[in-house]
Design a protein around this ligand. Structure first.
Ligand code: DX5
Ligand code: ZN
Length: 218
């Protein structure tokens, strides 16, 4: 395994009336990553959190690692705001039409880790050009927009390929998976090469079983 496995619970799956309680729960489970799903109502048909939420959580829980997943048509317009708010890693999708390479440059210049994300129907070829420069590749295992959807197994082939490419190219990017992760399927994801596991619904419903299953993975 190139990188230690991290579970990154998505606060989208917790109580939105008490986001601090969600982060407290993540912390009490012995985890440090917090996955923040940011949605614009256009790239995805839902709205969620903005930079103010990241800023408030970072202030309250400064030692947590904020893994910010931007599901926006215009992510390049918000890098400064999320960087200032305290994001530690910012991931941007490859599907919308905006200057992707320049946006990665901006994330880097802001001193943050950078990730690229692709949807279940997006070919892996669309992320390959960015592999040498990213800290993480996020493969979506559901169509983004909502928590609680069913895991799309077709992503597993892509994970295997990202894992092979990581070795072939001599790189160490993290491979993150997001959507429909459960205690039942997390082992196979890790076995295929994932080291960063997003879980919303399952973490908040069944956290200890999920963590145990991840620890027991090959
Ligand atoms: C989907 C989000 C996911 C989602 C995961 O748009 O990117 O992070 O919250 O939720 P679960 O684990 O419930 O599928
Ligand atoms: Zn996400």
């Amino acid at each position: 395994m190139v990188n230690p496995v991290e579970i990154a619970p998505s606060i989208l799956g917790g109580d939105h009336a008490d986001l601090a309680a969600s982060v407290e729960k993540i912390k009490n489970a012995g985890l440090t990553w917090v996955h923040v799903d940011v949605m614009d109502g256009h790239f995805v048909p839902n709205l969620s959190f903005g930079p103010g939420v990241v800023k408030a959580l970072k202030k309250r829980f400064p030692d947590m690692f904020y893994d910010v997943h931007l599901m926006l048509d215009n992510p390049h317009l918000y890098i400064g705001a999320f960087a200032e708010a305290g994001a530690d890693l910012i991931s941007i999708h490859v599907e919308p039409d905006y200057p992707i390479a320049a946006t990665l440059d901006n994330i880097h210049s802001a001193g943050k880790k950078l990730g690229v994300v692709f949807n279940p129907k997006t070919p892996i070829g669309d992320v390959i050009p960015y592999l040498p420069r990213v800290d993480m590749v996020l493969a979506m295992s559901v169509q983004p927009g909502f928590g609680g959807q069913t895991f799309d197994k077709d992503v597993l082939e892509k994970i295997s390929r990202l894992n092979e490419l990581r070795t072939e190219l001599g790189l160490s990017y993290r491979i993150e998976i997001d959507g429909g992760i459960t205690a039942q399927n997390v082992g196979e994801c890790i076995g295929r090469g994932c080291d960063t596991i997003v879980a919303g619904t399952e973490f908040f419903k069944n956290g200890p079983a999920l963590i145990e299953a991840a620890k027991a993975a090959p």
